[in-house]
Every structure is written in C-alpha cells, then in structure tokens.
Design a protein. Sequence first.
Length: 393
Amino acid sequence: MNRRWKSRALWALAAGALGAREARAEGTVTATLAGGVLSVTGDAADNSVLVGVSGNTVLVQGATNTVVSGGTTFDVSDVDSVVIRMGDGRDRVDIFGVPLSGDASIDLGPGDGTLVAVSVTVGGAMDVRGTLGHVQCALTGATVEGDVSIRATKGTAEVQVAGSLLSGNFACDLSKCSGTANTLAVAFSSIVGRAEIRAGKDGGQHEFTGSVVAGETEFVGSPGADTFRSQASRHDGPTTIRLLAGNDTAEIAGTTITDTLLIDGGSGDDTIQVAAPPPGGGGNTLRDVNVKGGGGHDQIDLGSIAAPITISGNVSLKGMGGNDRISVVNASMAALRIDAGGGGDSVTLQSATGSSVRADGKGGQDTLGGLDSGGNNFGETSVRRFETRIDDT
C-alpha cells in the first residue's frame, strides 16, 4: 500500500513553529475501533503515534520504536470519532487529514506531550488536555464544527492555532501552568463563537494575528507579567482584557473591534497601547473604549502618529493609582473622558478630535500638555485639577 501522508508542508510549518522535538520513541500503542470510535491508548513509555489518511483508509502507525497493537488500518467511513489517551511518558501525537463526523478527544498524559493536528475535520467538539509536563499543541488548517477546549495543568504550554476555522467556542486554559514560557498564538484563523483565554499563573505571551473572533473575546491574566496582543485582527463581540497583577502589556494594533473594548491593567506597572502601529502600517477602528490603568505606574497610549485611530463611540481613560502617563494622539471619537487618578500624572493630547473632552487630574502634581495647541478639535472642553498646563506640544 502506498502510505503517503497528506499535508506534509503544513505539518512542517506547525512542527517548526512549536519547536516540536523529535523525541526518542518506544513502548506500545493500542488502537481499536468500536461503535465508530477509534481509540488509541499509550503505555508508560515514551510513545510516538501517527494517525492519518491514505485514500479511504485511516492509518495508525508508530514512529521510530513505538509499536502499534490491535488494528493499524480502518475504513474512513467507519471512523466517526477519535479518543486518544497517551498515559505516562514523553508522548507525541501527529494527526493528518482525518475527517470526523463526531468528536476528537486527546489526552497527552502527565508527561511532556506534543500534538500536531494538520487539516483535520471535526464535526463535533475537540478537547485537548495535558498535565505536569511541557505541553505543545498545534492546530493547523483545522476545521472544527463544535467547541474547542485546550487545557494544560501544572507544567508549561505552547499553543498554536493557524489557518483554522472554529465554528464553535474556543477556550484555552493555562491558568495552572507555571513558568513564564507559556504562549498562545492564534494566526489567520476564524472563531465563530466566543474566545476565552486564561493565562498561566506566572504570565506569558498571548497573540491574535490576522484573525477574526465573531463572538466575545475575554482574556484573564495572572499575578505574573502577561502580554496580550491583537494585530491586524477583527473582534465583533465585546472584548475584555483583564491583566490583573504584574507588570503587563496590552496592545491593540491595526485591529477592528465593532463592540466594546475594556482593558483593566490591575496592579503593577502596565503598558497599554490602543492603536500601536502594526507591521506594515494601518489604523484601528473601534467602538467604545474603556481603559483602567489600576494600581502602579502605568503608560496608556490611545492612537499614534504612525497609525490613526477612529472610535465611533466614547472613550474613558483612567490612570487610577500611581504616577501615570496618558497620551491621546491622532485619534477621533465622540466624547473623551480622562481621569488621571492619584499620583503625579502626565496627560498629553495631540491631533485629537471629538464632541467633547473632560480631563480631571484628580489630585497630585499633574501635568496636562498640548490641549490648546496640539491640533486638537473638541466641541466642548472641561479641565480641572491639573497643577501645570503645557500648551506647546
């Protein structure tokens, strides 16, 4: 039989992006089919198994020294769902082009685990889990009709979703993962439902690039240093970014958000940029924007010289505690409200337009710059409790 695996180029892309390792492989994997469910079960050794399609046949093969017992070939029409349980050891699962009308459930076990799924079609839900070890998960060119849930616990995790269509909700929960190497990258993908992300407990990197989320987007950070970025993407539901404690970063660059945007920095010294210039330039289009710096010394930037920002609704920027720096540059909106909060704060406006602006220093040695000479154009202006006015910005 000519057993040529499909989508080798996509597999190489997914594996390379994860930095997936070629681990030694051994032990025995058992494959059985009953009631339309293909079950693949590993043992305590370091297993490596490949599940793919050649013609009308689903193939289950061991890599290197892993042996497959039970069945190794199954008719595609007989396989509705997949259940994979890898057990102990450093395990790897590669899935290529398998069409499923039902669910896909993959448990990488308590050791280091890698899943590379390329061009799979899942008619139901997809659930991926890993515990204790270093968990790597890449979905590339996947089509999933149901919800997708990815959860890793007590280890570190790298998650990548690229070129995929997820018609249900997407949940990535890394909240029990330790260390600062936890990552989530959603690139050139569409999520029709809700996107919910929980950061690892020590922080990490989380990015949407060239992607669309039709439902609500919710990100919850950690006590560590978290980064959330949305670049050249579109969010059509309410978008909420809660950074919690730590010195965190939130960037919205070249992105369209057609519903409300809320960014809450929490405690720590945070950097929040809405309309940071994306690669290649381009602007942002948003509706209502509400940014809270929280405790700590925060930097809040709305708009930039390089990338204009258009907000169809109102904007509220609150520094809250700490010595904060707030800037509004090259931005148009309805009403703008700035509450600098406690501490010695600096507020700068340049080339900003809107129906009204209300700026309140709230106390402390606060500075307001550029309002009267920075090319701003507001119908109504209300300014109070700033110790210093600088109008030569």
